[in-house]
Design a protein around this ligand. Structure first.
Ligand SMILES: Nc1nc2c(ncn2[C@@H]2O[C@H](COP(=O)(O)OP(=O)(O)OP(=O)(O)O)[C@@H](O)[C@H]2O)c(=O)[nH]1
Length: 204
């Protein structure tokens, strides 16, 4: 069974826990504990495949502490970066996180394939006090090879589900690309070994 690991990142109070709880339980409860980090597990079947989904929800901490992302970059297959459309500073922080994930030095951490990233503008129900335009989110995502959506954890259960499905599908596509690359690599190693031992056998 494939394991899919997602890290939820973003500024304080942007709705990371609310999105996870909405996805897992279809409920919005309003207040969520934020003084400890959590790992959620869910079994699901997608496109006929059984998956074990693991979601990491960090505890509330200073933005400076969160920006390093070192352990998350080693651990996660994909990131959901959340900002609050009614809070411009949370968008600036989302941007910093995306730049950190996409910076070239980061790629050596874990992979030859860059992680899937989905940028989420949450709290769309607060559009009357909007500080970040939808097109700004779209542009940030497009410029940095991320998916994008705007939604409301408070009001939109289906959209939240679709958002998680979207990032999971992107991660599965990355797994397939990795899988395709592996056999050709091992084939060339096998060929090399054969050549060496083949030659030796001949000379005996
Ligand atoms: N209006 C509105 N409020 C929301 C929405 N999503 C979350 N909230 C509220 O925003 C506040 C913070 O939500 P959390 O889910 O705790 O946010 P978080 O990002 O996990 O917070 P930290 O762990 O402290 O960083 C709570 O009061 C939620 O009820 C939304 O879609 N609309």
């Amino acid at each position: 069974m494939s394991e899919v690991k997602i890290a939820m990142m973003g500024g304080e109070g942007t709705g990371k826990s609310a999105l996870i709880v909405r996805f897992l339980t279809k409920r919005f409860i309003g207040e969520y504990a934020s003084n400890f980090e959590s790992i959620y597990n869910k079994h699901l079947c997608l496109e006929g495949k059984q998956l074990n989904l693991v979601i990491y929800d960090p505890c509330s901490q200073s933005q400076k502490a969160k920006i390093s992302l070192t352990s998350e970059l080693h651990w996660a297959d994909g990131f959901v970066i959340v900002y609050d459309i009614s809070d411009r500073s949370s968008f600036a922080f989302a941007k910093a996180l995306i730049y950190r994930i996409r910076e070239p030095q980061t790629s050596h951490c874990k992979r030859a394939i860059e992680p899937a990233v989905l940028l989420v503008g949450n709290k769309q129900d607060l559009c009357h006090v909007r500080e970040v335009g939808c097109e700004e989110g779209q542009k940030l995502a497009l410029d940095n090879r991320c998916q994008f959506c705007e939604l409301s954890a408070a009001e939109q259960s289906l959209e939240v589900e679709m958002m998680f499905i979207k990032i999971i599908k992107d991660i599965l596509t990355n797994f397939k690309v990795k899988e395709k690359r592996r056999p050709s690599g091992s084939k060339s190693v096998a060929k090399l070994i054969n050549n060496v031992f083949g030659k030796r056998r001949k000379s005996v």
